[in-house]
Design a protein around this ligand. Structure first.
Ligand code: SAM
Length: 189
């Protein structure tokens, strides 16, 4: 397949901007796949701040990191990403969000537009120029369309001189396939 699927493309975007020694954010740790990927990208001298509101997500991510010997460079934060500014203060080069619910868990605990936007606003302050925020937008579940619409309204009004926003989406797939929003910071403010 020539056209990259959404998840490999999200990883490729992260890899294009993250260097060894960087600080980065996984805003929705879930089962820890992205946290693990980022921990490997930043290496032992870098740092990953990984957030999740569910204890089981934090535990499952901790186990994965331990098995891969990558725990040292990760802070697992059992709190909402809307509180990110309380935990992260230095410059970050990238952040990833996988919106929606934790596969195999309660469909009632989902990301929400208002808190997702609050986290993006905090990240835009912390992001280095040229840094990326990548969002994988799942929107087929209850509340998903509302979050998607709120998010689209927000990113479409970001000034072009401040941030470039890409939407990467297959338009003829069935069942509300996920799509990517990628935000590249172009200048300090
Ligand atoms: N990236 C994950 C992985 O690799 O397995 C999947 C993430 S899953 C689609 C979405 C996660 O967001 C769930 O684990 C859920 O608990 C979490 N979540 C929901 N609201 C949140 C919030 N306000 N802050 C942080 N995490 C949140």
């Amino acid at each position: 397949m020539i056209l990259k699927r959404v998840l490999p493309f999200a990883k490729e975007l992260l890899a294009s901007v993250v260097e060894k020694g960087d600080s980065v954010v996984d805003a929705t740790a879930g089962n820890g796949h992205d946290t693990l990927y980022l921990a490997d990208l930043v290496g032992k001298n870098g740092h990953v701040y990984a957030f999740d509101v569910q204890k089981e997500a934090i535990q499952s991510t901790a186990e994965k990191l331990k098995l891969a010997n990558l725990s040292e460079q990760v802070s697992l934060i059992h709190d909402g990403h809307e509180n990110l500014a309380k935990y992260v203060s230095g410059q970050v080069s990238a952040a990833i969000f996988n919106l929606g619910y934790l596969p195999g868990s309660s469909h009632e605990i989902v990301t929400r537009g208002a808190s997702t936007i609050q986290a993006i606003e905090s990240l835009l302050h912390l992001l280095k120029v040229g840094g990326l925020i990548v969002l994988v937008v799942y929107h087929g579940h209850e509340g998903g369309k509302e979050e998607k619409d709120t998010l689209m309204d927000f990113v479409q009004q970001l000034p072009q001189s401040y941030a470039h926003v890409l939407s990467y989406q297959f338009v003829n797939q069935q069942n509300d396939p996920p799509f990517i929003l990628a935000i590249e910071k172009m200048k300090m403010s």
